[in-house]
Write a protein that binds this ligand. Structure first.
Ligand code: ZN
Length: 217
C-alpha cells in the first residue's frame, strides 16, 4: 500500500529541479544535469560605501535563480532551504572563511512573517548554519513600516529610505563579536549595509555578509 502511495505521489508530484523546475528522473540531488553542470562559482566583492567589511554570494539573481527563489519565498517550496543552505555554506568557507563568533540574518518584519508563515532568510541561515556548525541568532529587529527598496532610486536615496529600518534589541548578543550576516537576495546592498551599521553600532567587532544571490549591477 505504501509503495503504491509513493508511486502515485511521484506521478502527481514528480521531483523537479530546484533551479529550472524540469521534471527529474530521480529524487536524488534535486538538480537536473544541466543546472548541476552550470552552477556558477561563488563570487565576492564590496559595494562602495557599505558598512560591512566583506561580502560573498553563491548565485546571480537571474532567470532560473530568480524563479527558483520566488517559488521558495512565495510558492510553498520551503524545503528549497535544504538545497540552498549548502551552496551558501560553501560560499562562506571558500571566500570568507570560518572565523566567526556569531551567525545572524536580516529578518523580515513581524507583520510579513505573520502573513507568509515563515521567515525565508532564517530558514536559509539555519540550513547554512548546519553545514557551518553554527546556529543562527536573531539579533536584528525590522520595523514593519519601511519603504520598499526601489532600484530606480539613487544610492543615497536608497540609503536614506532604509535608515532606521533595523534595531538591535539586545546589544550584548553582538558586542565584541566577529559577525557573519546572512541575507537572501542582495539588490542594491543598502539593506545589508544598514543592518551591518546597526550591528557595528551595537558593538560588533566586524561584519561580513553572505547572500544566496545578488542582482547584477
Ligand atoms: Zn535544472
Amino acid at each position: 500500500m505504501k509503495s503504491l502511495w509513493n508511486s502515485l505521489k511521484l506521478l502527481i508530484w514528480p521531483p523537479r529541479c530546484v533551479l529550472c523546475h524540469r521534471i527529474l528522473e530521480s529524487e536524488a540531488g534535486r538538480l537536473c544535469p544541466g543546472c548541476a553542470a552550470s552552477l556558477p562559482e561563488p563570487f565576492s566583492g564590496a559595494r562602495r560605501g557599505s558598512h560591512y567589511k566583506r561580502w560573498a554570494s553563491a548565485l546571480w539573481y537571474e532567470d532560473r535563480v530568480r524563479e527558483s527563489f520566488l517559488r521558495f519565498k512565495f510558492g510553498g517550496c520551503r524545503f528549497y532551504a535544504e538545497h540552498y543552505g549548502p551552496w551558501l555554506a560553501n560560499t562562506v568557507t571558500k571566500l570568507l572563511g570560518t572565523d566567526y563568533e556569531l551567525l545572524t540574518y536580516v529578518p523580515i518584519s513581524r507583520l510579513r512573517k505573520r502573513r507568509r508563515g515563515y521567515d525565508q532568510t532564517l530558514l536559509l541561515a539555519e540550513a547554512a548554519g548546519r553545514e557551518l556548525g553554527m546556529k543562527p541568532v536573531c539579533t536584528l529587529k525590522k520595523r514593519s513600516r519601511v519603504k520598499p527598496q526601489s532600484r530606480t532610486l539613487g544610492p543615497e536615496e536608497r540609503q536614506r529610505n532604509i535608515r532606521g529600518a533595523f534595531s538591535v534589541p539586545d546589544p550584548a548578543l553582538v558586542r565584541g563579536k566577529r559577525v557573519l550576516l546572512i541575507d537572501d537576495v542582495l539588490t542594491t546592498g543598502a539593506t545589508v549595509s544598514e543592518a551591518s551599521r546597526m550591528l557595528l553600532e551595537a558593538g560588533a567587532k566586524s561584519v561580513d555578509v553572505a547572500t544566496l544571490a545578488a542582482a547584477p549591477t
